[in-house]
Ligand binder design. Structure first.
Ligand code: B16
Ligand code: MG
Length: 216
């Protein structure tokens, strides 16, 4: 029986994925190359340092650790500049309705984001209290596709992985949920998120009942 829903942040609750992409693209451009939207799919749900490594490899660059630390900080500054303008208006369509159904169904909720900026974003959109457990990039040692971010969320809620449903927009996040032994709802395209147990365009097109029926 399902007792908890675990939500990714970027691309599920808010569209910060676009801000990550803009900031990484700006960095790549300054380094003399470009990254496509398709390449960006592989960065979703991947930690800041791992993303930078993938981008540098894509541009054929090998840099010192010192330089990489500097570039990661630069990207984060640009990202924070974009995030600082966010408000509750940036919550994705369907999230509020879905969360009221979640509460009515008596399900527990946790956030599972590898972003170190997750608490700040929740604060900006006024959703800190919507989660009983918040697992972010500062609380984990391994990013997605490792399942740690979700298994820690389940543990903090006091439920087993089999009692959880994960909501994810990223290939790496869907894999993390599956490796954690959870039912995974992929939000996005069925081609990209083929590993998910159920795929929908966004939370707007789902009800809690549909999800619970699909798990049973
Ligand atoms: P930060 P999620 C992930 O968040 C993003 O999808 C990914 O693009 C980003 O690199 C990562 O967080 C780290 O974020 O640089 O803010 O620590 O999808 O797990 O909510
Ligand atoms: Mg995401």
């Amino acid at each position: 029986q399902i007792k908890a829903f675990l939500f990714d942040l970027d691309g599920v609750i808010v569209d910060t994925a676009i801000y990550h992409y803009q900031a990484w693209k700006r960095l790549a451009n300054e380094l003399g190359f470009d990254i496509s939207e398709e390449f960006n799919e592989g960065l979703k749900g991947v930690s800041r340092t791992d993303s930078l490594d993938l981008i540098l490899a894509h541009g054929g660059l090998t840099l010192s650790d010192e330089k990489k630390t500097e570039l990661a900080a630069q990207k984060n500054d640009w990202y924070l500049e974009l995030v600082s303008r966010m408000s509750s208006n940036d919550i994705l369509p369907g999230v509020a309705t879905f969360f009221s159904q979640v509460r009515q169904a008596g399900l527990k909720t946790a956030l599972g984001s590898v972003s170190k900026n997750a608490p700040l974003i929740l604060e900006r959109i006024g959703m800190t209290d919507a989660f009983e457990a918040i697992i972010d990039g500062t609380k984990i040692s391994k990013g997605k596709p490792d399942p740690e971010v979700f298994t820690k969320g389940a543990a903090e809620l006091g439920v087993s992985p089999a009692e959880c449903v994960v909501f994810e927009d990223a290939v790496a996040g869907v894999e993390a949920g599956k490796r954690g032994g959870m039912f995974v709802v992929g939000l996005g395209s069925p081609d990209t998120l083929a590993q998910a147990d159920l795929v929908a365009p966004s939370l707007e097109s789902l009800t809690v009942e549909t999800v619970l029926t699909a798990c049973s």
